[in-house]
Structure formats: C-alpha cells, structure tokens
Design a protein around this ligand. Structure first.
Ligand code: FAD
Length: 82
C-alpha cells in the first residue's frame, strides 16, 4: 500500500492486489473516507478465488478444486441446507 505523498496522485491510498484481502482492505479504506484505488495485474478481481477461462471452458478455481462434488464439502452443504 502506497500513500498519496509517495504516489504523487489524487489518491490517498493505492492497494495493489484485488484478491479477498486487498478488496476487503480497499472497501474499508473507501468507507473510512479515503480516496482509494484498487489495482490488480489481472483483468478481473478475485485473486486466487477467481474464475479461469481456457479453451472454451470456465473453471471456478476456489470451489472446483477445494470443494469438488461428492466430497465432504458438498455433503456438509446439503446437511446444512436440509
Ligand atoms: C485451489 C485453492 C483452493 C482454496 N480453497 C480455500 C478454501 O476452501 N477456504 C479458504 O479459506 N481459502 C482457500 N484458499 C485460499 C484463498 O484462496 C486465499 O487464502 C485467498 O485467496 C488469499 O487472498 P489474498 O487477497 O491474500 O491473496 P490472493 O487471492 O492471492 O490475491 C492477490 C492478488 O494480488 C494480485 N497481485 C499480485 N502481485 C501483484 C502485482 N505485482 N501487481 C498487481 N497485482 C498483483 C494477484 O493478481 C491477486 O489478484 C484456496 C486457494 C486455492 C489456490
């Protein structure tokens, strides 16, 4: 995170990285009244929780790998919603 004096811009803070951490931080800073710029090297926000598109297929990285169907995750989800 860089300050307005360091960046020489009209922003009070620049948050680099729009994953969950950076997005939450930027939201809190903006809510606190600071002029906040959130940037990321990728075209979309989300960090490691984003969707990846390749060869016509879309992969939800976070739930696809962490909670594939027929695993403890999905069984717990159905139990919770029942
Ligand atoms: C396959 C997988 C499954 C997961 N499953 C779970 C789970 O079930 N539960 C859980 O709690 N957590 C899980 N996680 C972890 C979770 O995704 C991370 O804890 C979380 O994404 C970390 O958020 P972050 O904002 O700190 O970092 P990140 O999500 O890594 O975001 C960092 C961002 O900074 C950007 N960035 C980096 N360097 C630069 C640069 N030089 N300039 C501009 N932008 C930059 C990146 O592009 C990225 O968007 C999983 C992670 C993976 C990979």
């Amino acid at each position: 995170m860089a300050t307005r004096e360091q960046t020489g811009t009209d922003y009070d803070v620049i948050v680099v990285g729009a994953g969950p951490g950076g997005s939450a931080l930027a939201a809190l800073l903006a809510k606190a009244g600071l002029r906040t710029l959130l940037v990321d090297k990728n075209r979309a926000a989300g960090g490691r929780m984003m969707t990846v598109h390749r060869d016509g297929f879309s992969f939800e990285i976070f739930p696809s790998i962490a909670c594939p169907p027929q695993t403890l995750c999905s069984r717990n989800s159905s139990r919770t919603s029942a």
